[in-house]
Design a protein around this ligand. Structure first.
Ligand SMILES: [Fe+2]
Ligand SMILES: [Fe+2]
Length: 314
């Protein structure tokens, strides 16, 4: 439960950030390109399922590529939960914030549409498995306490970039030009979402630097992918890590570091003691991630595992 006083503080911060949210919304609307899921689907491959049911020999995608598409779609499928959360955080603002929540939700909706259409028409994943996965995923919801504005902004900035890279690498790994083109398109959306949240957080760092730094560090330390609630997620995420689609190295070097650098977290001055302490813990965490990533890479290299990005890999 949030107290009325906290609610007032939250509203005050949203109002303070509103002009910047408006500017960033307008920029987003200018640069975001309209696109249509049907343009990306090879409908010529379609056949009726009542005449020709799905069988396991039909998919062109196999193994980890299939797993990564399943995780990607089920993650996108959970949009109603994310919408509820985002609305809970930013819906207290008005004008630009509400416009953003609506726009963001509408754009995200296309991701599940294009992925499901692709997977169904190409028969690359059992459609019954996908639908059962969606049902269980949505009934369970994405149960995270709605964080305050600063924590929420920090999380979504990292999460959008993580999703961008994960989708992009899933496309590359699939070795299917149709799938790759879809993932490039979705990743471009996720990138613009990240840029909105990253830049609004930059404004928040000006208003409340110490509180913003603490929120950023909190979110990095407890970061979890939005798909974490999917059945067997850990096992599937481990397969994706081994394939090089999303592992500790990617997470540290391609998701955390670019945003941390952009915000100049380690160059800010005049922070309070708690924010300095948070920054110290962040430095330790980045070190530990680096060490763990090296160990993981060495172990796989020694075992001769071919990975995305390795010379013989995709
Ligand atoms: Fe998405
Ligand atoms: Fe997104």
């Amino acid at each position: 439960m949030t107290s009325p006083r906290i609610d007032d503080d939250e509203r005050a911060l949203l109002i303070e950030l509103e002009p910047e949210a408006g500017r960033l919304y307008d920029r987003h609307a200018r640069v975001a390109q309209e696109w249509f899921p049907h343009d990306f689907i090879p409908y010529r491959l379609g056949r009726d399922f009542d005449k020709q049911p799905w069988t396991p020999d039909q998919p062109r995608l196999t193994g980890v590529a299939q797993v990564a598409f399943e995780i990607g779609l089920l993650t996108e499928d959970n949009l109603p939960s994310y919408h509820r959360l985002i609305h809970g955080m930013f819906g207290k603002g008005d004008g630009a914030w509400i416009n953003w929540v609506g726009r963001w939700t509408a754009e995200e909706g296309r991701h599940a549409i294009v992925l499901r259409d692709y997977l169904t028409v190409t028969r690359n994943i059992d459609p019954i498995l996908l639908e059962r996965g969606r049902m269980s995923q949505l009934q369970q919801g994405y149960d995270r306490d709605a964080p305050d504005t600063l924590h929420g902004l920090a999380y979504v900035a990292f999460q959008e970039l993580a999703t961008r890279i994960s989708h992009r690498n899933t496309g590359r790994y699939s070795d299917d030009p149709v799938a790759d083109r879809i993932m490039v398109r979705i990743a471009a959306d996720e990138n613009l979402h990240m840029v909105f949240y990253r830049d609004i957080m930059s404004a928040a760092l000006q208003f409340q630097p110490s509180a913003a730094v603490r929120a950023i560090v909190d979110e990095i330390l407890r970061f979890e992918m939005p798909g974490a609630g999917i059945h067997n997620f850990l096992r599937k995420a481990a397969q994706m890590a081994k394939a090089g689609i999303y592992d500790l190295r990617v997470h540290r070097d391609e998701v955390l570091m670019p945003i941390i650098r952009h915000w100049k977290i380690f160059e800010l001055s005049g922070l309070d003691a708690a924010a300095e302490e948070a920054r110290r813990r962040l430095a330790e965490h980045l070190e530990a991630l680096d060490t763990a990533a090296k160990r993981f890479e060495e172990r796989l290299a020694a075992a001769g595992v071919v990975r995305l990005g390795s010379p013989a890999g995709g």
